[in-house]
Design a protein around this ligand. Structure first.
Ligand code: HEM
Length: 203
């Protein structure tokens, strides 16, 4: 298991890389749409050159780091890699997205090199790159939302949460308690064990 300080550090890097990947994919999509819609050869050429650089030097490294840190934090915490379906889904979809990205990037390089050699008239006819970044962005946003909804760490433990001792807890409807129970994660089980004693975790 990762010591708490390492878990925090890994989680910070994980969030920076995975959410940064989403931002870089959005920037790539803007370039791809601009190249698709524009009739100006210079703009289309510039967009393809920028897509190639952004793809290889920002998107691919961030994607690799998001996957690597995700695996480390899954294996290094009670979440595990195969214990919870949401971690498996994140792992599968992220791996799939990364493979598609790596298979797609050589064609981006080829188009960027071609765009650098042709005149403005021909460059204007190149078109853009919308499908790959568009679908990729949807997949990444889905993973991010899934991960945020399915995790529950100590930051989420507020006095109103069910881990607080019953006497200190404001009155809640049974529905709220049930939903909160479902969200519970390894950290909450830890604090339950220490605050109220003897509560079993998911493992
Ligand atoms: C694009 C891909 C990914 C995105 C956008 C993403 C996003 C996030 C975010 C925002 C969190 C923080 C949730 C919170 O604390 O509120 C998180 C946590 C987490 N992610 Fe990911 N993630 C991705 C890929 C992965 C992968 C591939 C794995 C596992 C193989 C993974 C496993 C985890 C785990 C286990 C946590 C909880 C860590 C903890 O409680 O200390 N993630 N992820």
């Amino acid at each position: 298991m990762l010591p708490p300080a390492w878990r925090r550090l890994t989680l910070a890097v994980h969030i920076i890389c995975s959410v940064g990947w989403i931002g870089a994919a959005a920037a790539y999509l803007a370039l791809g749409v601009a190249a698709q819609l524009s009739q100006r050869g210079q703009l289309v050429r510039a967009a393809w050159l920028a897509m190639e650089l952004t793809g290889w030097y920002v998107i691919v490294p961030l994607g690799g780091l998001a996957l690597a840190t995700g695996v480390v934090i899954a294996l290094g915490t009670p979440w595990g890699l195969v214990r919870h379906y949401w971690v498996l889904i994140a792992f599968g979809l992220t791996s799939f997205a990364l493979v598609i990205l790596l298979l797609h990037m050589p064609s981006v390089t080829a188009t960027a090199e071609h765009a650098a050699q042709i005149d403005d008239g021909a460059a204007a006819q190149l078109g853009g790159d919308v499908l790959h970044p568009g679908v990729g962005l949807l997949v990444l946003v889905f993973i991010a939302v899934l991960n945020v909804y399915k995790t529950a760490g100590p930051d989420r433990v507020r006095p109103a949460d069910p881990v607080a001792p019953a006497a200190a807890r404001p009155r809640q409807s049974p529905r709220v308690n049930k939903a909160a129970d479902k969200r519970i994660g390894p950290d909450l089980y830890e604090s339950q064990r220490t605050s109220s004693g003897g509560v079993r975790g998911p493992h």
